[in-house]
Write a protein that binds this ligand. Structure first.
Ligand code: CP3
Length: 351
């Protein structure tokens, strides 16, 4: 509670800040379970849609006032315990000169086709390549009274866009490159890991209090392929962030068989989708990492009694163990009623 008359939200680090997200990430007990939603900014909020009628995606990403405003919209409306920076996983790739449009998914003018394309992936210099991202983070760090989560795409998921040139259900070309040319593949993922580390380090130095690495498409790989072809790069990322002392969250979709390997990469928290109940996920992950998740986002389209029942099932599966961040198992679906999300936040908070 703020003292009467206090108008300004204190920045993270001062006494009135809500740190339940950070505590849960570190496995500490919390008085109130923290909750936020992947893709909570944008998507289903009418105030976001109104802005989008006037501005393109990159116009918002590159304008710190607009990007900060969109980041704060769900904090105000939904009462979530964390903000996630409004940006996209392809922003650092565009910033090093890869031609990418969002239509709405990423589409590349010239997908990577051979090892010669590696020359197009130069290192990221955050202060000169993504100054608008860092200015957005600085603005938010001064305004928010909840932690700001910085983020990046993981090397495998970024590589899939570079090679496919857009979205793909099978990632056939990506996997073919991985199997056919291991030297090219290893170099590609290593360069992407360096870009991710540079971007996330800069976000934290600008004021982000936690980071999430999205490996959305990695669930298409077998454990053997993940270990051989992806783990070296994700391991490099989490090692490269360790000294910053902020919680590192690692998330992928359809990763039931990969959970142990995601933990082996070295994050503090593993995001779990709705397919694996949290008690089973914990059985695979062991005691050293926290868990985040994992209500099926589609449940939020159902009547409230179903939402409450399924949210209770998530809470029951975790059985009150410390080290749980409540979230959906993947991003908010665009057709979700924001009022349902608000009610869900209050429900998880026990209000
Ligand atoms: O959902 C995930 O899997 C998270 C990882 C991810 C992001 N962007 C993070 C993100 C992925 C896989 C992308 C690629 C991407 N970029 C897609 C998916 C395409 C596909 O292949 O299925 C799309 C549609 C975009 C473009 C994009 N990015 C839009 C239209 C928006 C605005 C909000 C929305 O979702 O409509 C974004 C913002 C964005 N992308 C955020 C994040 C973490 C910030 C918003 C938030 O998290 O609340």
């Amino acid at each position: 509670m703020r003292p009467p008359g206090e108008e300004v939200s204190p920045a993270v680090g001062s006494w009135a800040v809500n740190t339940t997200l950070l505590d849960a990430c570190w496995g500490k007990p919390v008085e109130r379970l923290p909750v936020w939603f992947m893709r909570q900014a944008g998507r289903c909020l009418p105030e976001y849609r109104a802005l989008r009628e006037r501005y393109g995606m990159f116009d918002i990403f590159r304008n710190p006032e607009l990007a900060a405003e969109v980041t704060m919209q769900p904090v105000r409306r939904l009462g979530v315990d964390a903000a996630i920076l409004f940006s996209d996983i392809v922003v650092p790739l565009a910033a090093v000169g890869i031609e990418i449009e969002l239509q709405p998914g990423p589409v590349l003018a010239q997908p990577f086709r051979s090892s010669g394309d590696l020359a197009r992936l130069r290192p990221l210099e955050p202060e000169t390549d993504i100054p608008y991202v860092l200015d957005t983070v600085r603005l938010l760090a001064g305004e928010l009274d909840v932690p700001l989560i910085g983020f990046a795409g993981a090397p495998f998921t970024l590589a899939s866009y570079l090679i496919e040139g857009g979205s793909s259900k099978t990632l056939g070309r990506t996997k073919a490159a991985m199997h056919a040319d291991p030297a090219f593949w290893a170099e590609l993922l290593d360069r992407l890991a360096d870009i991710v580390v540079a971007s996330l380090r800069a976000q934290v130095e600008a004021g982000a209090s936690a980071v999430q690495v999205f490996d959305s498409w990695v669930g298409l790989l077998s454990p053997a392929d993940y270990r051989r072809s992806v783990l070296p790069a994700t391991g490099k990322i989490f090692a490269g962030l360790e000294d910053l002392g902020v919680p590192r969250i690692h998330f992928g979709v359809g990763t039931g068989e990969l959970l142990e390997l995601l933990a082996e990469a070295g994050p503090d928290v593993v995001g779990v989708d709705w397919r694996v109940p949290l008690d089973r996920a914990r059985g695979r992950l062991g005691h050293h990492v926290s868990v985040q998740g994992n209500l099926d986002p589609a449940v939020c389209l159902a009547p409230w009694d179903v939402v409450a029942r399924e949210a209770t099932a998530v809470l029951d599966a975790n059985a009150g163990r410390p080290g749980h961040v409540f979230n959906l198992g993947w991003g908010v679906l665009p057709e979700t009623d924001p009022a349902t999300l608000r009610r869900l936040v209050d429900f998880v908070h026990g209000e």
